[in-house]
Ligand binder design. Structure first.
Ligand SMILES: Cc1cc2nc3c(=O)[nH]c(=O)nc-3n(C[C@H](O)[C@H](O)[C@H](O)COP(=O)(O)OP(=O)(O)OC[C@H]3O[C@@H](n4cnc5c(N)ncnc54)[C@H](O)[C@@H]3O)c2cc1C
Length: 449
C-alpha cells in the first residue's frame, strides 16, 4: 500500500476508472476535470450516446471491482444486422460461442457511476470546472483555470487523461519527447435518434448492432435501455455524397430517401436533429513517446485516440488503466520505470488497434457488401471450430480475447486474411472448399496461441 498522492487530468472514462484503481492501491488521488459534475446534469444534452463494450473493457471493470454496478446498464448485441438497400436484412453473428457478444452502454451513465464510486467509495478528490489551460514542457508547469482562480500544478507523476484533444499533448507539437501527430479522417459523423415505440418497445431488433452499409458511407445504430437507438451517420466530409452536400433540408431528405429508405420511417425528427446535432471529426493520434521523464504520462485517448470503427477506444483506455496498475505494482515509486514500462507494453498494441480500426471502417461500410465476405466469415468460424488454439477470427481476438494483445491479433489477422482469400478464391460455398487441406495450411502458417 502507498500513502503517496497522484494527480489525474480528466475524469472521462479513462481518468475516472484509473482513479478508482489507484485509490484501491492506496494512493490519495486528485482529479482536475474541465466539465461540470455529470451527476448534476440530466442525460447529456438530452441525448443518449452509447458505446460498444467488449471483453477488454469488462475485464478492466472487473479488475477494478466495479463490474456488478455497470452490468445492469449493458444491452447485449449478438451480431451485426445488415440493412441492404433493397430492404433485405441479415444478422451476421459476431462470434460462435454463447458469450461472444458485445454490449451497448450509455457513455453518460457509465461515467456517472465511475465518478460516483471514485468519490464516494474511494474518496477521490474530483475538482470539476478545473481546466488545463496550457503546459510549458520546459519548466514542467501546468497552468490551470477554474471559475475562482488561475494556478499552476507542478508536473510530477501527473496522469494525463484529458482525451483526444489533450491540451498537454498539443503543447508538445513538434517537441520531444512526445512528438505527437494527428491524422484527421476525411470522414465525419453525426448522431441521430431512432425513438422508442409509444409503449417503450424497440423499433428494431434490440440485441443487434444495426448497420446500413452503402460503400463510401454508412449508418449504424446501437440500442439504449429506454427503447431508443442512437443512430450515427458516417460519411465523407467533403466531395460527392458528403456532409458538405447535405446543407439544405431538401438535400438531407433526398439523400436519406435514396440511400436509407428503410431507416426513414424510423426517424421522425431527422431534419431537426440533422440541423441541430453537431458534426464530429474523427482521427488517429500517434506519438513518439507517451511520457516526459517521470513528470507526466499520457493515457487513454490523450495518448492514442483512434477512429471508432472497432469500438475499442474506451476498451483500450480501460485496458491502459489495468496495465498501468500492474507496472506500478512491479516498479512501485520509480515513476520513470513505471512510465517507460507502460509505454513499452502498450505502444505496439496502440499502433495495431489503430490500424485495425481504420480497416474495420472499410469492412463495415463496404467489405460486408462483397459476396465473398459471408463465405470468408463462415470459413473462419469453421477453422476456429477445427483448430480453436490456432485460428481465431481477427474480430473475435480483438473483441472477445482480452488476453491476446492487439499486436498479436493484428499480426495473426494479416496471415489469416491472406489464407482466407486464397482458400475462398475459387469457391462460392463452404462445401466447395477442401477443409482438410485448409486445416493443414493453417497449421503450417499459424503457431498455437
Ligand atoms: C463517435 C464515437 C463513437 C465511439 N464508440 C466507441 C465504442 O463503441 N467503443 C469504444 O470502446 N470506444 C468508442 N469510442 C471511443 C471512446 O469514446 C474513447 O476512446 C474514450 O472516451 C476515451 O476515454 P478518455 O477518458 O481517454 O477520453 P474522454 O472520455 O474523452 O475523457 C477526457 C476527459 O478529459 C476532460 N478534459 C478535456 N480537456 C480538458 C482540459 N483541458 N482540462 C481538464 N479536463 C479536460 C474531458 O471533459 C473529459 O471528461 C467512440 C468515440 C467516438 C468519437
Amino acid at each position: 500500500m502507498s500513502s503517496a498522492s497522484i494527480k489525474i487530468l480528466g475524469s472521462g472514462l479513462c481518468g475516472s476508472l484509473l482513479s478508482i484503481i489507484l485509490a484501491k492501491r492506496g494512493y490519495a488521488v486528485e482529479i482536475y476535470e474541465s466539465r461540470s459534475d455529470p451527476r448534476k446534469l440530466s442525460q447529456a444534452a438530452g441525448r443518449s450516446i452509447n458505446l460498444a463494450m467488449s471483453s477488454r473493457g469488462i475485464n478492466a471493470l472487473k479488475y477494478a471491482g466495479i463490474f456488478d454496478q455497470i452490468k445492469p446498464l449493458l444491452i447485449p448485441m449478438t451480431g451485426r444486422m445488415l440493412h441492404f438497400k433493397n430492404g433485405d436484412k441479415e444478422l451476421q453473428p459476431y462470434g460462435q460461442k454463447e458469450d461472444e457478444v458485445i454490449y451497448s452502454v450509455s457513455r453518460f451513465n457509465l461515467n456517472q457511476i465511475l465518478i460516483e464510486t471514485a468519490e464516494k467509495k474511494y474518496h477521490v478528490d474530483i475538482n470539476f470546472e478545473h481546466s488545463v489551460k496550457s503546459y510549458d514542457p520546459e519548466n514542467a508547469k501546468i497552468q490551470m483555470h477554474s471559475p475562482k482562480k488561475e494556478f499552476f500544478l507542478e508536473a510530477q507523476k501527473i496522469l494525463v487523461a484529458d482525451g483526444a484533444g489533450s491540451v498537454i499533448r498539443k503543447s508538445f507539437n513538434d517537441r520531444a519527447p512526445i512528438m505527437p501527430s494527428e491524422s484527421i479522417l476525411p470522414h465525419s459523423y453525426k448522431e441521430l435518434t431512432i425513438p422508442a415505440n409509444d409503449d417503450g418497445s424497440f423499433q428494431l431488433e434490440k440485441n443487434a448492432l444495426h448497420v446500413w452499409p452503402r460503400g463510401q458511407f454508412m449508418l449504424i445504430a446501437l440500442p439504449n435501455p429506454a427503447g431508443d437507438f442512437t443512430l450515427t451517420l458516417f460519411m465523407p466530409t467533403m466531395g460527392k455524397d458528403s456532409f458538405a452536400e447535405l446543407s439544405t433540408d431538401a438535400a438531407v431528405t433526398d439523400f436519406f430517401d435514396r440511400h436509407f429508405a428503410s431507416a426513414v420511417p424510423l426517424l421522425p425528427n431527422l431534419i431537426h436533429e440533422f440541423k441541430n446535432n453537431p458534426t464530429g471529426i474523427l482521427g488517429t493520434v500517434r506519438c513518439r513517446h507517451w511520457h516526459q521523464d517521470d513528470k507526466l504520462l499520457l493515457i487513454g485517448d490523450a495518448a492514442h485516440a483512434l477512429v471508432p470503427f472497432h469500438a475499442q477506444g474506451m476498451n483500450f483506455a480501460f485496458d491502459d488503466c489495468v496495465e498501468l496498475d500492474k507496472v506500478i505494482g512491479q516498479h512501485e515509486h520509480n515513476w520513470l520505470e513505471i512510465f517507460q514500462n507502460f509505454e513499452a507494453n502498450q505502444f505496439d498494441n496502440a499502433t495495431a488497434i489503430q490500424e485495425m480500426a481504420l480497416d474495420n471502417y472499410i469492412e463495415m461500410r463496404d467489405g460486408v457488401l462483397d459476396p465473398k465476405f459471408a463465405l470468408r466469415k463462415e470459413l473462419s468460424f469453421e477453422l476456429e471450430k477445427r483448430l480453436p488454439n490456432q485460428f481465431i477470427p481477427r474480430y473475435s481476438m480483438v473483441m472477445f480475447h482480452e488476453k491476446i494483445p492487439y499486436a498479436v491479433s493484428y499480426q495473426r489477422g494479416e496471415i489469416q486474411k491472406k489464407l482466407l482469400a486464397e482458400l475462398t478464391m475459387d469457391a462460392e460455398k463452404l462445401e466447395e472448399i477442401d477443409l482438410n487441406y485448409a486445416e493443414k495450411v493453417v497449421a503450417t502458417k499459424l503457431a498455437p496461441l
